[in-house]
Design a protein around this ligand. Sequence first.
Ligand code: C2O
Ligand code: CU
Length: 448
Amino acid sequence: MILLALACVEPVDTAGPGEADTAPPADTGDSAAPLLPQPAPAEDLDPDESVVHVALEASPLSFEVNGRTVEGFAYNGQVPGPLIRAQVGDTVVVDFTNHLDAPTTVHWHGLAVPAAMDGVTWLQDPIQPGLGFRFEFTVTEAGTFWYHPHLDSDHQVDLGLYGVLLVEDPAEPAVEQDLVVVWDAWGEDPEADTHTAPDPSSVVWTANGVVEPRLELAAGERVRLRMLNVANLSYLDLAWPGLRQIAGDQGRLDALAAPENVLLAPGDRAEFELLPTASLTVETALHTASGGAVPGAALPLLQVVLPAEQPAPEAADWPFAGGAVAPDPGTTDAIYVFSGGGGDDWLINGEVYPDVTVQTLALGRSSVVEVRNLSSTEHPFHLHGHAFEVLSQNGEAPAAREVEDTVNVGIRESVRLLVHADNPGDWMAHCHLLPHAEGGMMAVLRVE
Ligand code: C2O
Ligand code: CU
């Protein structure tokens, strides 16, 4: 994408039907910043309570970004795409049509769908212009997931093809505001040398298409913020006063976490409970794939505005499961060594996708996958079809149980991941820096 300053992507709708209670309050006009919009919800075409049936179309869309026109792409004419909401146990049916002039696919990031529904070109012919495909799967875990193309993804995702699929758990308490925040970075330029990560102080972040919006809260309101990083290459390192994390990539944590900051690599999600006593600013510290934290002032991303200082609203009663970090069995079933960075190739085990050696995990077994990063940049490792538990990072177990589908692996670092291999098929295992994935940094893990 061309370098864009102070972006404002327009086609996001605010409150859709049934969303009135989660819409931000009306603009009071006391600030120039636009309000944080919510992506318009997908229309459910099936009256059956346990079926969510959605029509999804990918088409070209021109939209304005800071006075410049982007010839982009969109699902159902909006960026982010329609918000798909389902309950645990629902069947999701998506009738997809490709109105782009390029082939595409749709991948359901973080969801354990059947392999034939995973939207990857290893298993499925790309969906050609004018053609469609029916995706159908059952959602079994609550959490904040997303969908995006898995073909030419460094361009197609970058140009606007991404949307959120929420899976709700009726055991979770309702709060006054349950909001998604889709973070995208502009000015990353996939055409540039992909071996250099973008300067984190020069990219412009949008939240649901808007630069540094404000979220206005009424007194006493509790907020659930579901954040996703859909950027190609740019990392967020989020912090604000009173940060309370309730969920990660794969839904609820095992206990409330109150870290000082949360790294959100491309592909990652995290959910937060906001119980503010005063207005606050969500900020990101500067972090780059080329070397982690970099010095420089934090960037403001989102203003949370309260009418007045207040006592903290009461915390909701999240049903945390209280699980512990699994012990490392000490055996290793698959190893991925990330390298490259010279020439145009990014390598896993010295190979460039699709010319890869398939590694196999036994169906029904808990297996260990180890990822080692020998390259000169960080890589967020993402596995399809399965969640994993982080056993250790550089030999050190995490402080609390971490169930993820995307984990950042720093330079010269290694991670050991426990995979309950219960979903048969061929699954992509790749870097979620999309120019790296498209440059070959993708492997295939077979479960059989
Ligand atoms: Cu979000 Cu294989 O991708
Ligand atoms: Cu990478």
